[in-house]
Design a protein. Structure first.
Length: 277
């Protein structure tokens, strides 16, 4: 396999681009991720000639400093060309909005004194938000989708590992939720106390079951991915996505993040248990 067998070119939006730095960064990200994916799996990819066209990229943050802010981003891209001699075409379109409302004494005072003028000013002015974490998550999702589509084109079987982990997480979480719910409702807690209403018992049992389910899901999730081999985070698209979302650039870093999450859950369990023993 020669380096020249893989050609990946990138094309940015035509005309005016308000955030050229983010466009250049993400185009380079797409290109490097795809090339690296080819290099990591030479048994499936022999040659490729692809073009990544980022037709539209807009990421804006409105309402800075007021009682609310709105993050809005829109991404339209096309990956076209050939892979192993087969035609490949994969369109991507993401349009999303994230709103946060916050109340503070300063912002409340300004809204009361300046009223609609302040709202209009911030509603029509914005900051560029190409580097916002939520935008980066969207980019990671898009990359993951493209890599999966490339694998499907060349007939690479999808590793069942990730699906099995999530299936195990959900199965054990649901089992734990139902077990704790019925235990608290009929055996433990205030189940035998006639002074406690049935509604209170249901609410208490439901909360206990939900907390137990979330805890079990988190423990199984962190433990399962912590035990995955290092190649999983390099070669598998799902593992590469997890590596990106962890905010680290190395397998050791993502393992450290998983270990920290697992340790936090265990610490909380021990702390809560100690309060009732």
């Amino acid at each position: 396999m020669l380096q020249n067998d893989f050609q990946v070119t990138v094309t940015g939006p035509e005309g005016y681009v308000e955030d050229q730095n983010s466009v250049n960064e993400y185009l380079d990200h797409f290109r490097m991720q795809i090339l690296d994916h080819f290099q990591q799996t030479p048994e499936f990819f022999r040659a490729a000639d692809l073009n990544i066209t980022l037709k539209d990229f807009t990421a804006r943050r409105y309402g800075r400093g007021v009682m609310w802010y709105s993050l809005r981003w829109e991404i339209e891209a096309y990956v076209t060309g050939t892979v192993n001699g087969k035609e490949f075409k994969f369109p991507v379109y993401v349009k999303n909005e994230f709103n946060v409302r916050k109340i503070g004494l300063i912002s409340l005072h300004r809204m009361l004194t300046e009223g609609w003028d302040l709202y209009s000013t911030y509603a029509n002015n914005y900051d560029l938000a190409g580097d916002h974490p939520k935008v980066k998550v969207s980019i990671a999702d898009i990359t993951h989708q493209v890599l999966i589509a490339l694998d499907q084109t060349v007939g690479r079987p999808q590793a069942p590992t990730t699906k099995r982990i999530y299936a195990l997480c959900w199965s054990l979480a649901i089992l734990a939720t139902l077990s704790v719910f019925f235990y608290m409702l009929f055996i433990g807690g205030d189940s035998a106390n006639p002074d406690v209403s049935q509604l209170s018992k249901l609410i208490t049992s439901g909360i206990a079951g939900l907390v137990s389910g979330i805890t079990v899901f988190a423990i199984v999730f962190f433990t399962s991915f912590l035990l995955m081999p290092g190649d999983y985070f390099v070669k598998d698209p799902a593992g590469r996505k997890l590596l990106h979302l962890s905010g680290t650039k190395s397998v050791f870093g993502v393992r450290l993040a998983l270990l920290f999450g697992l340790s936090t859950i265990v610490f909380i369990i021990c702390f809560v248990t100690a309060q009732f023993v």
